[in-house]
Design a protein around this ligand. Structure first.
Ligand SMILES: Nc1nc2c(c(=O)[nH]1)N[C@H]1C(S)=C(S)[C@@H](COP(=O)(O)O)O[C@H]1N2
Ligand SMILES: [Mo]
Length: 199
């Protein structure tokens, strides 16, 4: 593919084959938060995995920083229709965070400082599909984008990528989170345009 076709007329929004249906290319990095930006001091930061039987495993910021990190370049797709391609992040994979966690749960509810929640099936967090990211574009993650650390689940709409992530709750039965309760799709696959319940 060497030819760039802009097409004629219509909206001056770029649509590209690597964009899911209905999405346009954003050149900036919009900030979408349902509430105020929580400021989480690093000496009080923790990430906690809670299993379906209530067993907990936590990492302080210092412990989390010592875990093996990965640099990943991924595309972001927001349900409000902007996408951002080739974004560069550094973070710890959920494979690493869940390596020693014993569970037979199939579902997770992701928790964030400030009370935001979102549900993601456990298998969608494993096998190199999700990270707790703390750098964006080589810099510490800015607070408005979820710093000190946010979940990154790029194959689902971006509302699943909880900013200011505080933990993961493993569940044997699915539980909707903040936007899912409000009528957004339970799963949120951008390629199947699963924006709202019933899509
Ligand atoms: N804790 C928390 N995480 C959140 C949100 C939020 O309001 N609170 N908004 C979600 C939505 S709808 C989107 S599109 C992305 C936006 O991420 P950005 O602000 O870094 O672009 O964060 C998601 N994660
Ligand atoms: Mo969003």
């Amino acid at each position: 593919m060497g030819i760039i076709s802009r097409g004629f007329g219509g909206r001056r929004r770029e649509s590209r084959p690597e964009l899911p249906p209905g999405q346009y290319l954003a050149h900036d990095f919009p900030v979408l938060s349902a509430g105020p930006t929580p400021r989480v001091p690093l000496d009080r930061w923790q990430f906690t995995v809670t299993t379906e039987i209530g067993a907990k495993q936590s990492w302080t910021w210092a412990e989390f920083q010592r875990l093996p990190a990965e640099d990943v370049t991924v595309d972001l797709h927001c349900v409000t229709k902007w996408s951002k391609l080739d974004t560069a992040w550094r973070g710890v994979s959920l494979d690493t965070l869940l390596a020693d966690v014993e569970t037979s749960a199939d579902y997770t509810l992701v928790h964030a400082h400030g009370g935001y929640t979102t549900n993601v099936p456990l298998e969608d967090l494993l096998d190199g599909k999700a990270w707790v990211a703390y750098q964006y574009d080589g810099e510490d993650l800015a607070a408005e984008h979820g710093g000190p650390a946010r979940l990154l689940v790029p194959h689902l709409y971006l509302w699943k990528s909880a900013k200011w992530v505080s933990g993961l709750q493993l569940l044997t039965e699915d539980e909707p989170g903040f936007w899912e309760e409000a009528g957004y799709h339970n799963y949120g696959d951008p390629w199947r345009e699963q924006r709202y319940q019933g899509d």
